[in-house]
Design a protein around this ligand. Structure first.
Ligand code: UD1
Ligand code: UDP
Length: 363
């Protein structure tokens, strides 16, 4: 029996693939777990495999910093060699990273089917590498697992040739599976300096690689009407250091900088904060989970997650300091009640995806 290859490379892919790996194991489906090495620090990668109790990858490479093109190319070469060696029935990829595009390209070039989890998202912002990656991956995939009807409709408009299934997003499964464990195990609140706080993350290349935007964010955090707790992505830490801003912002009394956190700690921070400011994709979705339900300011010019905006959870606020600070004040004073249900599903996306695959592929 040919296995399903589950490929990951970055923090959010590990988190969002975890429920699928569990569903594959539960149904005794033969699986190969591959890490393409895009993220490599312990706290961006291995920490999640351990915390989420995933099996050790069957194959993994260490791929340190390269330019986008080189990174993509190195992953294509690596995955192609694995595909030749292992001949899986299908390759599952999740999301929109360079690793996802590289893996999908390597698979189609070897004549192996691709299943794209989280297919059909569109920001319509072509500055973003993620927008190129997700569009191209969708167009070479045989199975497109769209989290929502909006994503399905994006795919239909583009006439993708694969089969589209609306399944919900596995991130809701991940939140539901891990929040009870997080609340039992995490001690992160003992290290947070504030009772009431805003949780902030920023790592998008078009934001933090732009000095003006990076400064705007840091000023907005320093001036926010509530203190800000910010687990810092390594890309952002690197940019702050390069621009000699790191020391200054780490001295701000209104801002607590933390290292990249494990999933259990991050879930607890989401649960306990008053508001989230982020340019993360996954965090926009997680904030809508029934056991989190927090307002989110999306510090970007666009979002590929409009469902969270339509449901009233998210507000796309742009990257201007004054606008961000004003919106924080508005949201904190309005205290609008948020829907009980998430637009990203009910926590059963992974079972649906595995059920569909098992109906299609003779395992
Ligand atoms: C990547 C994805 C992005 C995703 C994010 C999840 C692309 C184009 N971007 O962005 O869509 O939202 O992962 O976090 O695929 N670095 C480290 N250690 C690590 C990983 C990264 O120090 O373990 C630093 C390096 O300086 C590296 C930089 O971060 O050059 C950027 O890493 P990269 O994986 O290229 O992009 P991300 O910003 O992490
Ligand atoms: N996350 C985490 N620790 C952190 C920051 C984020 O575990 O310090 C989790 C978060 O809950 C979400 C995922 O990482 O599931 C989002 O990753 P990121 O923002 O890096 O990528 P994106 O979702 O934007 O691709």
């Amino acid at each position: 029996m040919k296995p399903v290859m589950v490929a990951v490379g970055t923090r959010p892919e590990i988190i969002k693939m975890a429920p699928i790996i569990r569903a594959l194991k539960k149904t005794d489906t033969p699986m190969l777990f591959v890490h393409c090495g895009q993220h490599y620090d312990y706290n961006m990668s291995q920490q999640f495999i351990e915390e989420l109790e995933l099996p050790a990858p069957d194959y993994a490479q260490q791929l340190k910093t390269y330019s986008q093109g080189t990174q993509t190319a190195r992953i294509i070469i690596y995955i192609e060699s694995l595909l030749k060696k292992t001949s899986p029935a299908t390759v599952l990829v999740e999301g929109d990273t360079n690793g996802v595009l590289a893996t999908a390209l390597a698979a189609v070039k070897c004549g192996i089917q691709v299943g794209h989890v989280e297919a059909g998202l569109r920001s319509f912002d072509l500055r973003m590498p993620e927008e190129h990656n997700r569009r191209l991956t969708d167009h070479v995939s045989t199975y497109l697992f769209a989290p929502t009807k909006t994503a399905e409709s994006n795919l239909e408009k583009e006439n993708v040739w694969g089969e589209i299934y609306v399944t919900g997003n596995t991130v809701i499964d991940a939140v539901m599976q891990h929040m009870p464990i997080a609340q039992r195990k995490s001690r992160i609140m003992e290290t947070v300096n504030f009772k009431k706080f805003i949780l902030a993350t920023a790592h998008r290349a078009e934001n933090v690689d732009d000095l003006a935007v990076l400064k705007n964010f840091m000023q907005a955090f320093a001036e926010a009407p509530l203190p800000v707790v910010c687990p810092l992505h390594p890309r952002t830490r690197k940019r702050l250091r390069q621009k000699n801003l790191y020391r200054k912002i780490s001295q701000s009394k209104n801002l607590q900088i933390l290292p990249p956190l494990g999933y259990l700690d991050f879930l607890v921070l989401m649960k306990n904060c008053e508001l989230i400011i982020t340019d993360s994709g996954g965090v926009q979705e997680e904030a809508t989970a029934p056991n989190i339900r927090k307002p989110v300011l999306v510090a970007r010019l666009s979002t590929e997650r409009p469902e969270a905006v339509e449901a009233g959870f998210s507000h796309v606020v742009g990257t201007n300091r004054e606008k961000i600070v004003n919106m924080i004040k508005n949201v904190l004073t309005q205290q609008k009640s948020l829907p009980q249900k998430s637009p990203y599903g009910e926590g059963d996306a992974a079972n649906k995806i595995v059920g569909i695959l098992k109906g299609k592929i003779p395992f």
